[in-house]
Write a protein that binds this ligand. Structure first.
Ligand SMILES: [Zn+2]
Length: 417
């Protein structure tokens, strides 16, 4: 049932170097094989010159003549900790190796690339499962790339690559949601589910950035006309997005996890269940006048440990608050609007959007030494009676006004009189 084997050893670092010395015709496919694994797991492979000491060394050396053993990987590791010290991959030069672009039929020999992927699989800690349909099977087969179980096994050890797909999260693969997550796939495939499925398993899994992020219920919850038209029928809504919504410039703006995090009763009832949160808003929350007040990025930006752990991952921030942050009594002190309003260059570059401000802070501002306390919304309101009439005591509205209009009008937040 589980078609992967873990050898019990693994790299204890995030960046693993490799070098190859041998026939240059094979160099490119070795690079591709490393890049394939690199895009699947949270391990970075960097190539170094063969004159430099590397973690993994690859080359050709006679093993047992034609056929039999095609290659092997010898991995040195600490018995006590399982930490890998180094690994050597050897390919047998006696094989009739076939390169991917040679046009030769597999009947005439053995494809080199899948064997390289297989051997690298050994150097990261994968063994031989008893399943002829996976690339880590002990005997050469026609499997061209790592399959679900190969990836699952490797991600058990290292986790998924930041920009890749976590296959453990795919309980039921939905080709429509996959297509809807990527504009180029919408254009190429429309609602052709078979084409979407094939693209995912053969290509998308191995490309950076091909996560499945689209959730039909969140799309519905983003627009009142869609709520009336589709209710909680996420599948029909996903079809609508692929056929019309995408081309009308619609986008998903409703974040179910932020909505849940905004309401204690929903957090208790739904946890981090995105579908349940979005469905609640569509069928109940919108009629109860419930808002999303929690902002995942602002929450992360309020705590240095969360910044280190989550970066600009909105969903991770909301999930942390739902399960941990509330219990720890954490709250959001970073204000994305105030941050933008603190800097003239940001005011000119951005609209009055708290997400944009918080994302800039997390991605760049923090390193640039910027802070979010350079704007005094209270004093700004106190300075202008027309703003007090318009905004009352709403400090966020006043800050947004400063960003969109006030700054350009020459208004100020210093004490005027
Ligand atoms: Zn093997």
């Amino acid at each position: 049932m589980y078609s992967y084997i873990l050898e019990g050893f693994s790299w204890a670092k995030d960046i693993v170097s490799w070098s190859y010395s041998g026939d240059p015709r094979y160099h490119n496919e070795i690079r591709q094989a490393f890049s394939t694994w690199d895009n699947l797991i949270a391990l970075d492979f960097v190539e170094v010159s063969p004159t430099v000491q590397s973690d993994i060394f690859l080359g050709f050396s006679p093993i047992d003549g034609p056929s039999g053993t095609l290659g092997n990987a010898n991995t040195l590791f600490f018995q006590s900790s399982g930490e890998i010290i180094s690994s050597v991959i050897t390919f047998d030069p006696a094989e009739s190796w076939i390169l991917s672009n040679s046009g030769e039929a597999p009947a005439n020999g053995t494809r080199f690339y899948p064997v390289a992927v297989h051997e690298i699989g050994h150097t990261i800690g994968l063994g031989h499962p008893e399943d002829p349909n996976v690339i880590m099977y002990a005997y050469a087969n026609d499997v061209p790339n790592p399959t679900y179980w190969d990836i699952y096994g490797a991600q058990q050890i290292y986790g998924a690559d930041d920009s890749g797909v976590d296959v453990g999260q795919i309980d039921q693969f939905d080709p429509l949601s996959y297509i809807a997550s990527h504009g180029d796939l919408i254009v190429s495939f429309g609602t052709n589910e078979a084409a979407g499925s094939e693209h995912f398993w053969q290509t998308g899994l191995f490309e950076a950035g091909r996560q499945i992020t689209f959730e039909g219920l969140e799309y519905i919850a983003s627009y009142s006309d869609l709520m009336s038209a589709f209710g909680t029928d996420g599948r029909t809504a996903t079809n609508h997005f692929i056929q019309d919504g995408y081309f009308e410039g619609r986008a998903v703006t409703f974040e179910a996890l932020e909505y849940i995090a905004s309401h204690g009763d929903l957090a208790a009832a739904f946890g981090a269940d995105i579908k349940a949160g979005a469905a609640h808003f569509i069928s109940t929350g919108t009629f109860e006048g419930r808002d999303t007040t929690f902002n995942g990025l602002e929450y992360i930006a309020s705590y240095s440990d969360l910044i280190a752990a989550f970066g600009a991952d909105t969903k991770a921030g909301a999930t942390h608050f739902i399960f941990t942050g509330t219990l720890e009594g954490r709250d959001t002190t970073f204000n994305g609007l105030e941050y933008i309003a603190s800097y003239a260059d940001l005011i000119q570059a951005f609209e009055a959007d708290p997400d944009t401000g918080a994302a800039h802070y997390l991605n760049r501002g923090l390193q640039e030494g910027r802070q979010a306390d350079g704007f005094d919304a209270q004093q700004y309101l106190a300075n202008y009676s027309d703003l007090r009439v318009a905004f009352g005591t709403d400090l966020d509205a006043a800050t947004a006004h400063y960003i969109t209009d006030g700054f350009a009008e020459g208004r100020v937040d210093e004490f005027l009189f």
